[in-house]
Design a protein around this ligand. Structure first.
Ligand code: PBG
Length: 325
């Protein structure tokens, strides 16, 4: 005999793990995770102080790590190079050197694990002596001249075997220009994952530490979006769609779940979200203190991002999460 006359009791659907498993709305799988990897010219591998548990890999280490992740079910990686100061210049010419670090890494990975989709970052910051994603002239990040170089970079990456190029620079018109440049060179099958709503975020700190890629002067607020804006993300999404993007991205992820949900509603394109270095570090640091259960928090954070509408998630936890799943 119950005290309350309740014909409807939502708790019935939570009674056991068997029932919870039937009614679960969001399911995580290693297939939807993209593993960001750092690399450098050195032979050895360097553990990253700013990103505990992550490594800046030499070429051999990188190839082995991709293989290890692939065995855990990860099918996509994204590459971030650390370029020696001596190879940087104001126009970032090393970004389209066909014998450069990234092209060599792409070929090595494709040779060893052809089933892994290789995604590349298109932006000048690792190559630019000013540390900006674009070319700087008298303190201004110039748009159109930067886009020309980004096109060369994307074509160079495609030629080396990249499956997907991901412009993270936030210049206007770069998706359309890169699409045209790829098509001109016959790379009609190479997809574009556009960083559609990339915010000028303080959460990128540990990443810039890992690559020594922080801007030498100023900040990125004239090209990356203001964290206060959501409608503006729809405007960027409309442009990226029109210009031929195959997938749209929101970055960072956790603090921008509303933007992920808005893009999910707005566009039929697949949506990616990037759980960035600062989000990773916050969980790692809190877990180290002993006050958070790392596994539970990581899976909850990824579930939240997927629930908001992300089809795929870039996360430094990719390999670890794949092991847990
Ligand atoms: C730069 C780039 C950044 C990240 C990815 N690509 C840093 C920036 O815009 O300054 C950040 C990723 C992270 O913090 O994990 N093109």
């Amino acid at each position: 005999m119950s005290d309350l006359d309740l014909p409807i009791r939502p708790r019935r659907n939570r009674r056991s793990e068997a029932i919870r498993g039937l009614v679960r709305e969001t399911r995580l799988s290693p297939q939807q995770l993209i593993y960001p990897l750092f690399l450098h010219e050195d032979k050895g591998d360097t553990p990253l102080e700013s990103l505990p548990g992550q490594t800046r890999w030499g070429l051999d280490g990188l190839v082995r790590e991709v293989e290890r992740a692939h065995k855990l079910g990860i099918n996509a990686v994204v590459l971030f190079p650390k370029v020696p100061e001596a190879k940087k210049n104001p126009t970032g010419d090393e970004s389209w050197n066909e014998k450069g670090l990234v092209p060599r890494a792409i070929s090595a990975i494709k040779e060893n694990t052809p089933g892994v989709a290789v995604i590349t970052d298109v932006a000048l910051d690792p190559y630019n002596s000013d540390g900006h994603d674009g070319i700087v002239r008298e303190g201004v990040i110039v748009n159109d001249e930067t886009v020309e170089v980004l096109c060369k970079q994307a074509v160079c990456q495609a030629r080396a075997g990249a499956d997907i190029v991901a412009p993270s620079d936030m210049m206007d018109g770069r998706v359309g220009a890169i699409r045209a440049a790829l098509d001109d060179e016959g790379f009609t099958d190479v997809a574009i994952l556009a960083y559609t709503a990339k915010y000028a975020s303080a959460y990128y700190g540990p990443f810039r530490g890992a690559l020594d890629s922080a801007p030498k002067a100023g900040d990125k607020k004239t090209y990356q979006m203001d964290p206060a804006n959501a409608r503006e993300a729809l405007r960027e999404a409309a442009l990226d769609e029109d210009e031929g993007a195959d997938m749209l991205m929101v970055k960072p992820a956790g603090p921008y779940l509303d933007v992920i949900a808005a893009l999910r509603d707005f566009s039929p394109l697949p949506i990616a979200a990037y759980q960035v270095s600062g989000e990773y570090l916050m969980i790692k640091a809190a877990a180290k203190s002993g006050w958070l259960n790392e596994q539970a928090v990581v899976l909850e954070s990824l579930t939240g991002i997927a629930r908001a509408g992300a089809d795929m998630i870039l996360t430094y936890f990719a390999a670890q999460a794949a092991e847990w799943l």
